[in-house]
Design a protein around this ligand. Sequence first.
Ligand SMILES: NC(=O)c1ccc[n+]([C@@H]2O[C@H](COP(=O)([O-])OP(=O)(O)OC[C@H]3O[C@@H](n4cnc5c(N)ncnc54)[C@H](OP(=O)(O)O)[C@@H]3O)[C@@H](O)[C@H]2O)c1
Length: 319
Amino acid sequence: MKAAVLHEIGGVPRYEDFPDPVPGEGEVLIDVKAVAVENVDKAIAAGTHYTSAGFTGRLPAIPAFDGVGALPDGTLVGFGNPRLPYGALAQRTVVPAGSYAPVPEDVDPAVVTVLASAITGMAIRTAAGFVPGETVLVQGATGVAGRLAVQVARLLGAGRIVATGRDDTQLREVRELGADAVINTAVPDDVLARAFADARGDGYDVVLDYLWGRPTEVLLGTLVPESFGFGRPTRIVQVGESAAPALNLPADALRTSGVEIYGAAKGLDAATMGEAYGQVVAWTRAGELVFGVERVPLSGIETAWQRTDLKGRRLVVLP
Ligand SMILES: NC(=O)c1ccc[n+]([C@@H]2O[C@H](COP(=O)([O-])OP(=O)(O)OC[C@H]3O[C@@H](n4cnc5c(N)ncnc54)[C@H](OP(=O)(O)O)[C@@H]3O)[C@@H](O)[C@H]2O)c1
C-alpha cells in the first residue's frame, strides 16, 4: 500500500510503499478516508511530545494516530490508536477492536476529522463548568482550534468573548466568527497587559488557553488584584502550547486572584465526550460551526507536512 513514512526523528514523512497491515486477533483493518494533520502529530514525529518515545522507537513508521475510515463491512468510523509502526497517514491501518466509533455518513469525512478540534472548545463547559452569560477569553484564537472555540463559546451562550492572536488580518476574521473584542499579543508586555485589562469587561470567567507561555504569563499578571478584597476567580483551561510549553507562575498570581487552572481533559469521559461530539456534529450539519479545510492527496504529504501558510485552515490528507 501507499503511506507517508517517517524515517528519522524530526524528519519529513515520504510518500512510498509500505507493507500492508495484517490484523491480528482483536484487531480490525481500517480503510483510511481522511486524516487531519495537527501540531500534535508533528510534535510526536519531532520527538518533542510526551508520547513520542513509543513512536520514534519504531521507525520507519507512519505518523498520525487518528482519522476517519471504513471498517471491512463499509461502516464509516472515527478511529484512533493504530498499532505501530502503522499510523493513520496511509491507505490502510490497523487498530484494536473497539478503538473506533461510528461517524455520520452524511457529513464529508474530511470535515468529520476536523471536529475533534471543536470538542476542545466544549472544554469551557466540561472542564470549567461554563454557564451562559459568562465572559470567555480564547488565547490563540486565530488557529483552527481557537476559531472553533470562539464559535462554540458563542453557540453555548457566552455573554462576552475576547480573542487573542498575533495577526490583525486574522483577528478581523475571528471577530466575524463572534468575538466581541480582539487583542494582538505581538506587542510589549505592558501594552498587552493593558489590553487584557481594557477588554475584560466585568472580568474573565473562563479562559480557554491554546498558547501558554508569555501571553498567559502577562494575562496572569493582570488577574492579581491591586488591593486586598474578594476577587472573582478566573477559571483557566489549558488546551495547547503554541507559544511555549511552560510558563512562570508567580505565587501571588494564584494566592490573591483565586485563579483556578484545569487541564482540558477534566470532566471528559465516554458520556461527556459523546455528548460534546453530538453537539458539534449537530452545529456543523446546521452550518453554525464553520472552518477551513485544506484537502491534499496522500501523495502530496512531503510538501503539505512543511506548510506554514494555512492561517486557520486544517490540513486534511485524503489517502
Ligand atoms: N488538547 C487537545 O485535544 C488539542 C486539540 C487541538 C489542538 N490542541 C493544541 O492547541 C494548540 C493550537 O492548535 P491548533 O490546531 O489551533 O493550531 P494552529 O491552527 O496551528 O494555530 C496555532 C495558533 O497559535 C498561534 N501561535 C503559534 N505560535 C505562536 C507564538 N509563538 N506566540 C503566540 N501565538 C502563537 C497561531 O498564531 P498565527 O495564526 O499568527 O500563526 C495560532 O493562533 C496546539 O498546541 C495544539 O497542540 C490541543
